[in-house]
Design a protein around this ligand. Structure first.
Ligand code: ZN
Length: 314
């Protein structure tokens, strides 16, 4: 199978050398699950020797989103409709060698639907292939999981992500931003791409401004940045801020610094670790009834801890 487009993941590529009739592709958001699913599905319908070729009739039909033998089944499907769809499994494919049934966010399939799938997934006709994608394979029924080949998406080396960001589509983005995106990617191409989106860029700058305002004792700026009208915005900001400090902490642990703020890194591991713990607690509290107007104060109080002077030991 040709894996153009899927970076890294040598273990995954090796697993796929042996064909199987049901796969669960799992990994975090942005880890390449969809890219892999498209390569796999295209390979299953492609007519060429080198699969997927991307050029044959079958590949073209699939790539344009209308191949009769490929079915994307919504995971909020009712069991009655699923049974109806599964009747197709028994019929020979119309054009390709295989019939492929794909389920995105497979953890959202109801237990009744998962149970309905069990038998057919266990002993499908040789032309049928099932592909389940999920961020949380643990939330799927163990009985269904055990009948599938588990494919775990692997983090990619940071150098490979930086290399990927040299593609022409990223030409307008500064090198510094690319390095920051690599640091925030956690080893996932999709996460690096998302980091460079307009929305995420704004969120990142907001966290950066907030952290520096607290550090430099510009409290009115810090309050302005962290005051929200809506609970959801507040929760998102806390989540992003947690990520912001975690990435800086991790960079100290790994000894890499590219694309990150020296001012924040100079706080040191101990302070950053404490701060991450405080933010994790605040995130947890957000699940309960938090007063939005008091939240900014709580957030700033947590972050002010990092300004406290180091105890003088000598
Ligand atoms: Zn082809």
């Amino acid at each position: 199978m040709r894996f153009d487009g899927l970076i890294g993941n040598s273990g995954v590529k090796k697993t796929l050398e042996t064909p199987f009739h049901a796969y669960i592709i799992h990994g975090t958001k942005g880890s390449g699950k969809h890219t892999l699913e498209r390569i796999l599905t295209a390979s299953l319908v492609c007519q060429s020797k080198e699969k997927p070729c991307g050029k044959c009739d079958q590949c073209k039909k699939f790539l344009s989103g209308n191949h009769v033998d490929v079915a994307y089944i919504p995971t909020d499907i009712k069991v009655r409709d699923l049974r109806e769809k599964l009747k197709d499994v028994l019929y020979l494919p119309n054009e390709a060698e295989h019939r492929v049934f794909v389920f995105y966010e497979a953890e959202k399939l109801s237990p009744v639907c998962q149970n309905t799938l069990l038998k057919i997934v266990e002993e499908p006709p040789s032309h049928a292939v099932f592909i389940f994608l999920t961020e949380n394979a643990g939330a799927m029924l163990a009985t269904l999981r055990s009948r599938c080949e588990m494919i775990a998406m692997e983090p990619v080396d940071e150098k490979e992500i930086y290399g990927y960001l040299q593609r022409p589509e990223f030409a307008k983005i500064s090198d510094e931003r690319k390095k920051t995106a690599v640091a925030f990617s956690g080893g996932y191409i999709g996460a690096a791409r998302e980091f460079l989106s307009e929305e995420k860029s704004e969120t990142y700058l907001k966290c950066d401004r907030f952290a520096k305002a607290v550090l430099q004792n510009r409290m009115s700026d810090a309050i302005n940045i962290s005051t929200f009208k809506k609970r959801d915005e507040m929760a998102d900001f806390t989540e992003e801020l947690y990520l912001y400090f975690t990435v800086h902490l991790r960079s100290l642990q790994k000894g890499t610094s590219e694309g990150l703020s020296e001012e924040i890194r100079s706080l040191g591991k101990e302070k950053l670790a404490k701060l991450c713990v405080s933010l994790a607690k605040l995130k947890e509290n957000m699940k309960f009834n938090v007063n939005v107007s008091l939240f900014s104060a709580a957030l700033i109080a947590a972050c002010r801890e990092m300004r406290k002077a180091e105890p003088i030991l000598k």
